[in-house]
Every structure is written in structure tokens, then in C-alpha cells.
Design a protein around this ligand. Structure first.
Ligand code: COS
Length: 385
């Protein structure tokens, strides 16, 4: 292998680099101009949805067998990262479309996949409904129930903090089907927005990602056909956790994108901003801060792609690496965006510049798809088992 020029040692494929060029251009032209307005008015980024749908970047992960592009997990991360670099809220369109369909892709029947996945290719969205008001980190303590009724299932209960809730057409919903079996009595279902008894509740008022609605969902004798179950009854909690093994890298990618956006803005600003008769980028304090920010982003990006590649290869025991990637990248995003605000000084604390928005958006990456405390539980369990 040594010296072989054909051997792409530890480098992304040319297709990945080309994809980045394409999604970066689209993001800067069609998504970035609206990011401030989307945040200020807490409105859904319709422009981003349209641009992503028109270019097929909205749900690039959908396999070719279901009319999708079948992009690999690293490619999907690159798309999310590049959109997040300009607009955190918009990056949740491709990210949550993957989250809302990954359990189905991993464990659903062919018929169910064929029913749901082409809808995403056609621009509809999907969400993931695991958490409940009283069952967040302790997800297995959920109370939403599903009961067989003839050929149907009837769901009752509620879910909360559902990203893109109300905008999505399809929802992967975890519910208890056998209360005596704990985590192994939970099943996963695909619920459609038009199903009888499916109700979208109020939206949360949030610190960041204000363009992405976060809603409560209610199931009021919600009736769905029997074949909407994903896999066998009782396998839903495993499907939910397996999903997160595949999608935590995407949150890492979102975090890397937010951090990169803040670094890029900080580099431009510190070169331009004059104090004491010179640009503040000429001070070693600024230079070292920028160097640390860039170094940590680079490490986070590598970990995110590594975890995504392992998921793509179908490696077992993804728990450690996907939790590590999400945890590390989101901690880096929080630190980098906060330091970007610092480098902007007073200006960074105003909405005249995007870094305060990026800092607020970064915070959620330390919380959703499992708090970073839960990521450490997952990692340490893997180490000690
Ligand atoms: N993939 C597949 N199966 C898994 C799994 C994984 N990654 N991790 C655990 N399981 C299995 C376990 O083997 C166990 O099955 P058996 O009883 O057959 O052995 C079952 O799932 C239950 O696992 P466990 O006993 O570890 O569950 P806990 O209730 O202790 O919870 C944590 C585990 C804390 C890791 C889980 O609740 C969690 O990830 N919580 C955070 C949830 C979250 O991320 N919420 C955010 C929602 S998205 S915004």
C-alpha cells in the first residue's frame, strides 16, 4: 500500500467533495439569505424546504429501491453539515427526515417502506416520536399505549418535543403494547398526519432552532392499520435505540456545521475589525482562539464521519462511536460558537451578526437525540460491559 497513488488513504471520496461543493453553493444562495428572518420570526424555512426538495437534498438517505438517491451516511452528514453552516433550523429538514424514517429503513416491512419512503422523496417530511413529558432520558418509561383492535392498532397518549411536529406527514411513534415487559413491551409504528385521532398540539417557545417547530403530539384513540407496525411487537425500543445509533452522527454533523459557520464568520470579522490601530486578527490572543476553534472542529468532523462510515458499513456496536461523535461535536459547537460571540465583542451579542443565533442553535445539539449526559451513559456502558 505504501506509496500507491491509487490508494485513497483516509480521505473522502471525490463524490463527497463534489457533493459538498453543490450543497454549499445551494445553501449559501438559497438558504442563508433567509436564516435571520426565519430565526427572528420563528417561522418555518419554506425557502429552504423548497430548495432542498427541488435539489433532492431533503431526504438524500432514502434508498434507490424507494425512488431515493441512496446516499451513504457520510454524504447525508455532509448535506446536514453544510446546511447547518448557514441555518441550523433548515438543517433539521434533512436530519429529521432521516431520524423519522431510519427505524422503518432498518426494520420495517417492504410494503411499509414502499408506502412511506417515496413520500419523502416527493418532499413530504417525517419525524420521530419517542420522548414524553415524563419520559425523556428514561425513554423506556413511556406511557403512550397501542392496543390491537381487530386488524388495527389504537394509540392513546402523547409525545413531546417532536422536531418538525405538525410539518411532517409521517411519524415514527414508539408506544407500549405490553406493559408487563418493560422496554421489551414497546413497539414502533408509522403514523400519518391524516390518521383518525392524531392531533398536533402547541409549539414550544425555544432558545434556538426557532425555525423548526417543536410540538406536542396527541393520540386520541388514534386508529392505524395493523401493517403500520415496524417489525414485530416488542421490538420498538430496540428499533428506537438502533435508530439513534445511526442518527446521532447526523446531530454531530449539524454541530460541526454550526461551529464552522461561526468560525468562518469570526475569521472574516476579526480580519476586518480594527482596534488599537490594527485588525484584531493581528493579536496573538485572537489567533490562538481561532486556531483552537478550527482544531476542535476538525477533530469533531473526523469523528462524525468515522461514526457515519461505521454505521454505513453495518458495523455492530455503534453505540460508543455514535454517542461519542454526537457528544464531542456538540460540546465543540457550544464552545466554538460562544468563542465566536466573544471575538465579535459587543457586536456578537446583537442580532446584527449570525454568531449569537449560531450559539443559541448550538445549545440544542447538547440536548436532543439524548443529552450529552446520556451519551456518556451509552459510552461508559459500552466500555464496561
Ligand atoms: N440498539 C439496539 N438495542 C439496544 C441498544 C441499541 N443501541 N441499546 C440497548 N438496547 C437493548 C438492550 O439490549 C435491551 O434489550 P434486552 O432487554 O433484550 O437485553 C433493551 O434495548 C433496553 O435497553 P436498556 O436496558 O439498556 O435500556 P434503559 O432503559 O436502561 O435505557 C438508555 C438505555 C438510557 C441508553 C436509553 O433510554 C436512551 O438512549 N435514552 C435517551 C433517549 C434519547 O436519546 N432521547 C432523545 C429522543 S430523540 S430527540
Amino acid at each position: 500500500m505504501a506509496g500507491n497513488p491509487d490508494f485513497d488513504l483516509f480521505k473522502l471520496a471525490d463524490e463527497h467533495d463534489e457533493l459538498r461543493t453543490a450543497i454549499r453553493a445551494l445553501s449559501e444562495k438559497e438558504i442563508a439569505p433567509y436564516a435571520k428572518d426565519v430565526d427572528e420570526n420563528s417561522r418555518f424555512p419554506e425557502e429552504a424546504l423548497k430548495a432542498l426538495n427541488n435539489s433532492g437534498f431533503n431526504a438524500i438517505h432514502v434508498p434507490e429501491a424507494y425512488d431515493g438517491q441512496g446516499a451513504d451516511s457520510v454524504a447525508t452528514c455532509i448535506v446536514i453539515e453544510e446546511v447547518a453552516r448557514v441555518c441550523g433550523s433548515s438543517s433539521l429538514i434533512p436530519a429529521v427526515n432521516k431520524l423519522g424514517t431510519m427505524g422503518l429503513i432498518l426494520n420495517g416491512s417492504e410494503e411499509l417502506k414502499a408506502k412511506v419512503l417515496p413520500d419523502l422523496v416527493n418532499g413530504e417530511m417525517a419525524s420521530y416520536a419517542l420522548s414524553e413529558r415524563e419520559a425523556g432520558s428514561d425513554a423506556a418509561s413511556m406511557r403512550t399505549r397501542a392496543k390491537a383492535d381487530g386488524d388495527d392498532w389504537i394509540l392513546n397518549g402523547s409525545k413531546c418535543w417532536i422536531t418538525n411536529g405538525g410539518k411532517s406527514s409521517w411519524y415514527t411513534v414508539m408506544a407500549v403494547t405490553d406493559a408487563d415487559k418493560g422496554a421489551n413491551g414497546i413497539s414502533a409504528f408509522m403514523v400519518h398526519k391524516d390518521d383518525e385521532g392524531f392531533v398536533v398540539g402547541p409549539k414550544e417557545k425555544k432558545l434556538g432552532i426557532k425555525g423548526s417547530p417543536t410540538a406536542e403530539l396527541y393520540f386520541e384513540n388514534c386508529r392505524i392499520p395493523g401493517d403500520r407496525i415496524i417489525g414485530e411487537p416488542g421490538t420498538g425500543f430496540k428499533t428506537a435505540l438502533q435508530t439513534l445509533d445511526h442518527t446521532r452522527p447526523t446531530i454531530g454533523a449539524q454541530a460541526v456545521g454550526l461551529a464552522q459557520g461561526a468560525l468562518d464568520a469570526a475569521i472574516a470579522y476579526t480580519k476586518d475589525r480594527k482596534q488599537f490601530g490594527t485588525s484584531i486578527a493581528s493579536f496573538q490572543n485572537t489567533q490562538f482562539m481561532l486556531a483552537d476553534m478550527a482544531m476542535k472542529i476538525e477533530a469533531a468532523r473526523l469523528m462524525v464521519y468515522t461514526s457515519a462510515a461505521k454505521a454505513e458499513r453495518g458495523e455492530k456496536n455503534l453505540g460508543f462511536i455514535s454517542a461519542a461523535a454526537k457528544c464531542f461535536a456538540s460540546d465543540v459547537a457550544m464552545e466554538v460558537t460562544t468563542n465566536a460571540v466573544q471575538l465579535f465583542g459587543g457586536a456578537g451579542y446583537t442580532t446584527d451578526f449570525p454568531v449569537e443565533r449560531m450559539m443559541r442553535d448550538a445549545k440544542i445539539t447538547q440536548i436532543y437525540e439524548g443529552t450529552n449526559q446520556i451519551q456518556r451513559v451509552v459510552m461508559s456502558r459500552a466500555l464496561l460491559k
